[in-house]
Design a protein around this ligand. Structure first.
Ligand code: ATP
Length: 486
């Protein structure tokens, strides 16, 4: 992970937020390379789930939203993390994360455990078996920490405060004078935008059940616990889909399986993430929301553990029911065949785009030693070409020879015109160093214009993955690259 974070900073993928002023915990700024990768992933998501599907429509709802939305959704009352503080070093950490990480490192501890009144034998067995304790009560967390004398991962002491709940929603003060005006919230998820606009969408489009509403946008959560780089931040981008259906006509279990396949396909085939680094994990009864009939997480093997990438939940019609009750408006729709009123159910695939960025980076990161691959020691990001921030880099062999730079500028202009993606210019340092810099940001092709190019009207194209070089006629260059970018 340290290597990925160092690469991200060195090559402009992402930097700690507010870096100039000493940083602001759990925030990151995306640099020139990161912003291209982020956009490429967002565009691919939108293209796949909205543009190319007849049964999906898009939405872009406001980030600042009415407090009633979040009361109806249940976030005001229960969108809270159970936190505990180390009295010695003041580390504040999510109790479930503390315990889960501790179990991971102390699997044998179960054998020595006593049976406690607050934690049953079954609960403890399960916790050690699956390594998950999310959704436990505050008292159970306290009991576990005490029972197993859990150590602070920061200072190795054992002196903890009681576990307490912290709400994660960010309130915003609306109105001109402080204290005046109604409270709003920065949205804690994009999903509520789809529910509160459900009637608007139905009334203003030609959608018919089953159909989905999709949205990409920022969400905000007051995450106090250390975030593992961009994996967990207080401001992040979500890509969420609410797929509405009539449970009498659509079998939810079949739909759920269908969505699992679609998500798996997107992650493995479109983002190029290796299957062996992915798995499905059904939620335990304790962690699953009470209204959900089934929830599964698509998890990725990050360097810091196997963690949630993309959640899939069957939420019944809980959200529409809540908003109907709180708004006192009828949100049902009429079945055109039976004239019956129904309040549709939903299946929700919800992903953090930033987590996709991190998984793609981790999965593509390779260190080659001189005995393999290119025969060089190098760091390569083997990104799928369609995700690469830069598609082609153009190098004049020497920066101080006008005849070379002129020809190279012609090639640059031609590629910028005819290649779908960013083309970069680099005339600094020797060619070997320029190759290595492009390898680190995953540029699939480097094109060098040398003195021979002026005679034979050809350039050297170097492939990122094989490091092989090929001479290609300038007039055939666009076709050559486009063919390989597909
Ligand atoms: P976690 O258990 O990791 O906190 P969650 O179960 O609260 O996640 P959801 O509410 O299901 O997450 O949100 C849907 C998706 O949004 C997650 O699968 C994840 O990819 C992403 N996500 C949630 N919280 C964050 C965060 N703080 N930073 C980045 N991405 C996030």
């Amino acid at each position: 992970m340290d290597k990925i974070v160092a690469l991200a900073k060195r090559r402009g993928f992402f930097y700690p937020g507010s870096d100039l002023y000493g940083g602001l915990a759990n925030t990151y700024d995306y640099g020139p390379m990161g912003v291209e990768l982020l956009r490429n992933i967002k565009n691919l998501w939108w293209l796949t789930f909205v543009t190319k599907r007849a049964d999906m429509v898009g939405l872009d709802a406001s980030i600042i939203s009415h407090h009633r939305i979040w009361e109806a959704s249940g976030h005001v009352a229960s969108f809270a993390d159970a936190m505990v503080d180390c009295k010695n070093c003041r580390l504040r950490i999510r109790a479930d994360h503390l315990i889960e990480d501790w179990i991971e490192k102390n699997k044998d501890a179960r054998k020595k455990a006593h049976i406690s009144e607050k934690l049953t034998k079954e609960e403890l067995d399960k916790a050690f078996e699956i390594g998950k304790v999310e959704g436990w009560s505050v008292e159970k967390y306290d009991e576990f920490i005490l029972l197993f004398n859990v150590q602070c991962p920061n200072c190795a002491e054992h002196d903890w405060t009681k576990v307490r709940k912290f709400n994660q929603l960010f309130p915003v003060q609306l109105g001109l004078v402080e204290g005046e005006g109604g409270a709003g919230y920065l949205r804690g998820e994009t999903a509520q935008g789809m529910f509160v606009n459900f009637q608007n969408v139905v009334n203003s489009t030609r959608v018919r059940l089953p159909f989905g509403i999709a949205q990409i946008g920022k969400s905000f959560r007051n995450e106090i616990t250390p975030g593992n780089s961009i994996f967990r931040t207080i401001e992040f981008e979500q890509g969420e889909i609410e797929y509405f259906f009539d449970p009498n006509k659509t079998n939810w279990e079949e739909k759920f399986e269908e969505w699992k396949k679609i998500m798996w396909h997107f992650v493995t085939k479109k983002l190029g993430i290796k299957e062996e680094n992915l798995r499905w994990r059904p939620h335990t009864d304790e962690e699953r929301s009470f209204y959900s009939k089934r929830t599964e997480d698509l998890e990725y093997k990050f360097p810091f553990g196997i963690k949630e990438l993309w959640g899939l939940a069957y939420r019944t019609n809980y959200d529409l029911t809540q908003h109907q009750e709180f708004s006192k408006k009828d949100l049902s729709i009429t079945d055109p065949q039976t004239n019956e009123k129904i309040l549709p159910h939903v299946i929700e695939p919800a992903v953090g785009i930033n987590r996709l960025v991190l998984a793609v980076l981790v999965d593509a990161y390779k260190e080659e030693d001189p005995s393999t691959g290119s025969g060089q020691a190098r760091v390569v990001l083997s990104l799928p070409a369609h995700l690469a921030p830069v598609k082609v880099a153009v190098f004049p062999l020497l920066a101080n020879k006008p005849e070379l730079t002129e020809k190279a500028k012609e090639v640059l202009a031609m590629l910028q015109n005819d290649i779908n993606g960013k083309v970069q210019w680099d005339d600094r340092g020797n060619i070997g160093k320029r190759y290595l810099a492009q390898d680190e940001v995953g540029t699939p092709f480097c094109v060098t214009i040398d003195f021979n190019s002026l005679e034979d009207k050809a350039v050297t194209v170097r492939d990122r993955d094989t490091a092989k070089q090929e001479r290609v006629k300038i007039e055939e260059l666009v076709g050559y690259i486009n063919e390989r970018l597909k």
